[in-house]
Structure formats: C-alpha cells, structure tokens
Design a protein around this ligand. Structure first.
Ligand code: ARG
Length: 593
C-alpha cells in the first residue's frame, strides 16, 4: 500500500501533468502551516524556472485541474506558489480502513536484506554502567525497526573480552593468590572446574588493578605482558580467562534481560582471534599493509577528506593486535558466518574515527565487498542535570542495575500514591513503566546528541515521556474494555470489535486520523535515517491528539450506534499502532496503571 504522502503526490503529479507541466513537480509533503492546510506541494516554485512563469500561475493551473478531485476537501494556491491541500474526510477514513485490513498497517517493505546490528559492546569483568545504557537501548530499537521491515537481522553484543582488562585481572589475582596453579608454568594437570573467585571479587579486582596500573608503570607492564601471553595461548591464562567469562557473561545476560534487550549472538573479540594471523598476512601480501615506525599500517586517507584520517594501525610494533584489528577480523567472521548486506554499529560517537578507519580499511583490503553498507550510529553522552556525564550522588560511576532499580522505586511510589493497588501488581507495573521512562527518555532524543537524564521529568505522567505514552495506551485499553463488557464481548477479543472507521466528526478526531495515516511515512524515515526518535515524536503527537479527542468526545455514551462503532474502531487502530511503535522502541504497556 502506498504511503499517504505518495498517494497525495500521485494525485498532485497528475494535476501538474494535466495542466501541461512535468509530473515530477508534484511531490507533496506534510504542511509546514498546519493552521492553513494538512499537506502542501512546493513544486510550482521549482517549475517556475523551467517554464519561465510566475509560480502562483502554475499553482493556480494545477489547482484548477484538481478542484473537483474527490481525495481533497480543499486545494488552493497560495503566494508565492504553494499548493495547500486538505484531505477529504471519506478519503481519509477509507485510507485508515485499508490500513486496518493490511499487514503492518500497509507498510510496503523493500526486498529483504541481511543486517547485523552491533550494539551493547560491554567489557567482560567490568560491571555494566550507565555508559552502556545508550548502546543497549538504541541498538535494540534499531534492531527491531530493521526486523519490522522484513529484514533478516542479527543483534551481536560484541563483547570486549580480549583486551587489557583480562591481563589486569590476571596480574592482580596473581599477587593475591600466587599459589594458584594457573601461574605455575610447570603444571600440566587439569585446572579447577570452579572459578577461584566470585562475581563480587571480580568486580572488586578489576577497578583495583586498573587503578594500580595507572599509578605503577611496572604493574602496567606486567598486565600488558599477561594480556600478550593470554592472547598467545598460555594454558593457565586461557583457563583463567574462561573462568572470568563463566562468571561475568551470565551477569551481563541478566542485566540485559532486565532491560528487555536481547542478543542473537554473544560473540566477542576473542572469537575472531584465530582469524587475525591470516587476515594480516593477506593484507601484507596484497600490498595494502606496510611497516611504519615498526608498526603495521594501512593508509585510509582520501583526497576529499576535510580532516586528517590517520593510517589504520593493524599491529603494534610488538606484534600485538589492536581494537581495529579485532573489528576487522570480526567483519571477516561475520562475512563467513552470515554474509550481511549491512552492518550497523551503535557505539559512542567518540569512536567515530576508529570506525571511519575500520570501514575504509575493510573495503580497501576486500574484507567486505564494495557494496556492503557499513553504518556508524554514534550516540552522544548521557549527562546528569549538571550537564556532566551522569554520576552517582557521590560522584562515582553509576551501575546500570542501580539506575534501573532507582527508577523502578520512583515509579512504584508514584503508582501507589496515585491510587489503591495490589502491591504485587504495582511492583510489576512499576517495572514496565520504569523501562518506558528510561528507554523513551533516551530514544526521544536524536541519538547523536548528548542528553540530560532527568529522573523527575522522565518518570512524569505528563509531557513527552514514556509514562505519558503508556498512560494514554492504558486509557484506550480501559475504554475498549468497558465497551466489550457492555457489549458482552470477551475481553481481548479484538476481532469481535467494530473495525470500520467512519468519517471524522470534528477537528481533533481528524487530527488523530491524519496522525495514524502517517504511520508508513514515519516508519520509513525511522528506518532509512536509523532514527528511533522519529517514532517517539510520532507517538507523542498521536497521544496528544488522542487525548484531545477523548476530552472532547463522550465515546461510550454516544447514542448513534454507527458513530460509536466508528470511534471504537478508531480507538482500536490507535491502540494497535501505539503498541506496535512502543514495541519497536523496546518496551510494552501494562494492562492498568
Ligand atoms: N567494547 C567497546 C568499548 O567499550 C565497544 C565495542 C563497540 N563495537 C565494536 N564493534 N567495536 O568501547
């Protein structure tokens, strides 16, 4: 089904053609002046140059052709040459009824692609902190949007499990427990099946080691050496590494589950280690990689660069691989395993240069084909109210778990203060609403921008917030439930509800209908621009228009049965579209709140 904008554009294009102008000028869009009209076309301004005519004359010619078109209730030419358009009520109702009947509300999906979304990117052995929140939230939504368009999508967590933090832990543990067999080079027997530390110890060991390495050069050298030996395959260190993974990964999984974030692949940097040697050899053999000051590099600068893009470093002078190396090998791995058409990286925007280098190097060296789309969605920082990166009240790094439980607690109090509820239900509901507060608070901002995490604002039931969206959905559910009760229909039996939407009887109803009609247009822009915030802006608008309609309309007591049925159908479509949208954002609505 064509989008509403495309359908209007088709009609306006016909108008241009009938008036003797090129049809390509007929592209329409949403009105910039909603006080004057619903849609507009600015094509006459562009056509004026080709036809050497005043734009208003051209616009008037087109108007004359379309004056009686049944799709429009109004079309007029406005100075200097705009075409202002409003849709006919019947046409709009008919469009919505077709959406209601169609799959995915009539969204036409393009040929399916294979896409990998690389997001999360936690580092094993370090607790998840708020810095990981954005990658998880935005990535999850991007993955769901890509899937909604019929693509085959894999979400890969891409663990940081092969770097210096492992060497740091190994070094610190050695000082604390030097007698462990992992450190005895002469030992050839089996190692313990149980890890020699707990999660709590691990979480204490890492920051301690990291702080020591910063203050003590020798300690840092030892950690680097341990990292190198681990990567080279030292038996005891590999065994320790497995223990670290065993303890840390289930904890990460639990944290992501709490966020309703789900990965298809739990791959990490370590999984591609054995691809590196051959990959590097090929890069040398093909003449792309060369030695520079002892290191191995690939030039990736281009003539059109407006800022310096340094060569991509593949191996350090001591032969150790780097962050770029594992990302390149990961692309190779992904090609072998899945052959993606597109890879989308959802990572902190401060890593942009790294990805420019990796993408160029991968294409130059043939690690991916020339037509593989590599996209970097760099996100900004989540700040506190002071405008600085979000911290605990004491100024420390805030753990993700703490943030989530704080917001849950806040929501619990709000919900129980509002009205009497069963405490168990209130607990469950506050979990759902808390997630909407956190996720919507993040996603409603354009990903690339920094934003302020404002607990009071995000948890409010009013304004542009997750709880407001859920509140509106719950309100619709409650009206529909009352209707089913009075009509003797089983609760939740949507198929038994009236499905024909009627013509709007007032301004707020029409505004809501126009919003709903824009579904496919909004989804396309969210998908093509990789921009979940488009969906947030869209549902906020729907909720505002719905609530306006709700306050102006006595739906359940309406005596005209046909009109009432039309409203129920409209509510049903509104609820379904809102629920679809929040699912794409990664949260859901409770039954009551
Ligand atoms: N672990 C990395 C970090 O904490 C993020 C990984 C992002 N993904 C990637 N393919 N490099 O900075």
């Amino acid at each position: 089904m064509k989008t509403i904008i495309d359908q209007i554009s088709d009609i306006v294009s016909q108008g241009f053609a009938m008036a003797g102008y090129d049809a390509s000028y007929g592209k329409a869009g949403i009105s910039n002046r909603p006080d004057l009209c619903e849609f507009q076309c600015n094509g006459a301004m562009a056509a004026a140059k080709e036809y050497h005519k005043a734009p208003i004359e051209i616009a008037s010619d087109v108007c004359a052709q379309l004056a009686d078109n049944p799709a429009f209730s109004d079309i007029s030419a406005a100075a200097p040459g705009f075409l202002n358009i409003s849709l006919a009520d019947e046409y709009l109702a008919d469009y919505l009824n077709k959406m209601e009947d169609a799959d995915r509300f009539g969204l036409d999906t393009p040929p399916s692609k294979r896409i990998i979304v690389d997001y999360g990117g936690p580092n094993v052995a370090k607790p998840l902190h708020v810095g990981h929140l954005r990658a998880a939230i935005i990535g999850e939504s991007v993955k769901r949007i890509c899937r909604y368009f019929g693509n085959e999508v894999i979400g890969d967590v891409h663990l940081g499990d092969w770097g210096l933090q492992m060497g740091l832990i190994i070094t610190e543990l050695r000082e604390r427990k030097p007698y462990l067999e992992y450190y005895n080079d002469d030992y050839t027997g089996p190692y313990y099946s149980q890890p020699p530390f707990t999660l709590a110890e691990l979480e204490e060991i890492y920051p301690c080691a990291s702080a020591r390495a910063k203050a003590d050069e020798q300690y840092k050298e030892a950690a680097l050496e341990a990292t190198r030996q681990l990567q080279e395959g030292k038996r005891g260190y590999r065994a320790l590494w497995r223990h670290i993974m065993e303890i840390s990964v289930p904890d990460l999984k639990r944290n992501y589950r709490d966020l309703d974030v789900e990965f298809d692949w739990w791959k990490g940097e370590s999984d591609v280690d054995d691809l590196i040697a051959d990959m590097v050899n090929d890069m040398k053999k093909d003449g792309f990689a060369y030695e520079s000051d002892g290191a191995l590099v690939v030039d990736v600068a281009e003539d059109t660069d407006t800022r310096e893009v340094p060569p991509c470093m593949i191996l350090k002078s001591d032969g150790a691989s780097l962050y770029t190396t594992t990302d390149l090998a990961t692309l190779l791995y992904r090609r072998n395993m899945f052959d993606p058409d597109q890879v989308i990286y959802v990572v902190d925007k401060r890593q942009e240069m790294h990805f420019i280098q990796v993408f160029r190097c991968a294409k130059k060296c043939g690690i991916v084909s020339e037509d593989t789309e590599l996209d970097f969605l760099g996100f900004g920082t989540m700040n506190g109210k002071d405008g600085k990166p979000f911290k605990t009240r004491e100024g420390g790094v805030m753990r993700l778990e703490t943030l989530i439980s704080d917001i849950r607690e806040t929501m619990f109090h709000k919900i129980t203060d509002n009205h009497e509820t069963d405490p168990d239900e209130a607990r469950e509901t506050s979990g759902i609403v808390a997630l909407s507060a956190i996720k919507y608070g993040d996603l409603s901002n354009q990903a690339t921008k920094d934003y302020v995490f404002d607990t009071d604002k995000f948890t409010s039931f009013e304004g542009n917030t997750g709880p407001y969206i859920l509140y509106t959905i719950v309100r619709i559910k409650s009206i529909l439930n009352k209707y089913t009760e009075s009509a003797g229909i089983a609760a939740g039996a949507d198929e038994k509800l009236p499905h024909r939407i009627g013509v709007p009887s007032g301004g707020s109803e029409k505004a809501l209908m126009l919003d709903l009609a824009g579904f496919s247009n909004v989804l396309w822009s969210a998908y093509e621009e990789i921009a979940p915030h488009r969906i947030c802006a869209y549902i906020y608008e729907i909720c505002n228009d719905f609530n306006r309609f709700y306050h102006e309309t006595r739906i359940l007591t309406e005596e005209d049965a046909a009109r009432k049925d039309g409203w129920i159908a409209l509510l049903l479509l509104t609820r379904r579209i809102l629920e679809t949208c929040i699912d794409l954002l990664g949260f859901s609505a409770p039954e009551r709140m």
